[in-house]
Ligand binder design. Structure first.
Ligand SMILES: C[S@@+](CC[C@H](N)C(=O)[O-])C[C@H]1O[C@@H](n2cnc3c(N)ncnc32)[C@H](O)[C@@H]1O
Ligand code: SF4
Length: 382
């Protein structure tokens, strides 16, 4: 009998102390509605149990609390969700348990409790180490709080990652290189520098439309991407994904690799997605986005998700988009539904343009290809 595939668990906690002007994640302002938050935690636990009935026994590779701001979640509830998942599936020896945190002083004071709850890898939303930049990003912390949070987290958690946002208005390559080096001096094993994206419908999108916010043009953004790669490479980090750099294999995010490699994951909490290989084929699941809707769906149907109708073509596009983000790339076998093989003229042209590499079995994006990933996947998938 073949072994059922292992899985990761994603838990979405949607509350944030303040909504950042660039963010389009499924978030709501935390207004201290403790009853609603307790009901949401109950629904998340119930949803996990109901999804265990679907997956059957599996090895559990990772649990990831994302948001929103899960560092605002009651550590007792974090522990309950972790214990539930560990009891439902078989924890791998190197089970990874991560949580996203914002570096405000109040949250830093809870790091010890979150570590005691079982979190072993903290993903800290530093975003910038410069007060003016943090103000421009609408963050509710300053550089001093971020520095304190990094130092406390480095002691409280065995593994630490820091998120940064670059290609900010007015940022130069020199200032960005200095800021990255400043962060690296704290010794994180993993860094995720994200290029600022202007998402439709956000406050930043409206400000760009009005002309009051001017972001770096394509050339400067490309130069800042190159600075990111060279500073991190010189410091011994591998760019194992477009925006994720780790000091060695063990420091890579096992949970995110589950997504990028197209492996199975259960998603719980409002708006969470899941992908599960079941007997009848691959289940694509998307949870109700509204908090009340999600809680109601779990009460009425057991699970919080609805099936996403993905055609084989859409599933192949998804694999291509995710697989090209990482240095493993994606196998031609997985994207055969797109009619792609090494001899496909589109593939050949992109290889000749130094945007793709193919070894007849897998397709990978080069460093220049990673800069234009959306264009690349758009070309391949049409
Ligand atoms: C789900 S968010 C939240 C984590 C946490 N709440 C925080 O803000 O620190 C994960 C990461 O996505 C990145 N991010 C969110 N919106 C972005 C945008 N429009 N452009 C670039 N990066 C973004 C930020 O670096 C953020 O840390
Ligand atoms: S960036 Fe983080 S804190 Fe800001 S709104 Fe998005 S999820 Fe919330």
């Amino acid at each position: 009998m073949t072994q059922p595939p292992p899985l990761g668990v994603y838990v979405h906690w949607p509350y944030c102390a303040r909504i950042c002007p660039y963010c389009d994640f499924n978030v709501v302002r935390d207004r201290g509605r403790t009853n609603e938050q307790a009901a949401l935690a109950d629904a998340i636990v119930a949803d996990l149990k109901a999804q265990r009935a679907l997956t059957g026994p599996r090895d559990l590779l990772s649990i990831f609390f994302g948001g929103g701001t899960p560092s605002l979640m009651d550590p007792g509830e974090v522990a309950r969700v972790i214990e539930t998942a560990k009891a439902l599936w078989t924890p791998a020896d190197d089970l990874e348990i991560s949580l996203e945190a914002n570096p405000t002083d109040a949250e830093t004071d809870r790091f010890a409790a979150l570590a005691a709850a079982g979190v072993a890898r903290l993903s800290l939303g530093v975003q910038a180490l410069d007060d003016a930049a943090l103000k421009l990003l609408g963050r509710n912390h300053d550089a001093g709080s971020a520095r304190r949070a990094i130092a406390v987290a480095a002691k409280a958690f065995p593994r630490l990652s820091a998120d940064l946002i670059y290609a900010r208005p007015g940022q130069t390559a020199e200032a960005w290189a200095a800021e990255l080096s400043d962060l690296l001096a704290y010794g994180p094993e993993h860094v995720s520098p994200y290029q600022l994206t202007i998402e439709a419908g956000t406050a930043f999108d409206r400000a760009v439309g009005r002309g009051t916010l001017v972001v770096p043009d394509e050339d400067l953004a490309a130069a800042l991407f190159e600075t990111t790669q060279s500073v991190l490479e010189a410091a011994g980090f591998d760019a194992y994904e477009v925006s994720n750099h780790a000091r060695g294999e063990a420091a890579r995010s096992r949970h995110n690799l589950v997504y990028w490699r197209g492996h199975d994951y259960v998603g719980v909490g409002p708006g969470a997605h899941g992908r599960l290989s079941l007997e009848g084929g691959k289940l694509a699941a998307a949870a109700r986005r509204g908090i009340a809707d999600y809680i109601r769906a779990v009460a009425e149907t057991g699970v919080g998700f609805e099936r996403e109708a993905l055609t084989p073509l859409e599933a192949a596009e998804e694999r291509l988009l995710l697989g090209l983000r990482i240095d493993d790339g994606v196998s031609f076998a997985e994207i055969a539904a797109l009619g792609l093989s090494p001899d496909t003229p589109k593939v050949k042209t992109l290889v000749e343009a130094d945007l793709l590499v193919d070894d007849r079995i897998r397709l990978r994006a080069t460093r220049s290809g990673r800069l234009v990933l959306d264009r690349l996947t758009g070309t391949l998938a049409t």
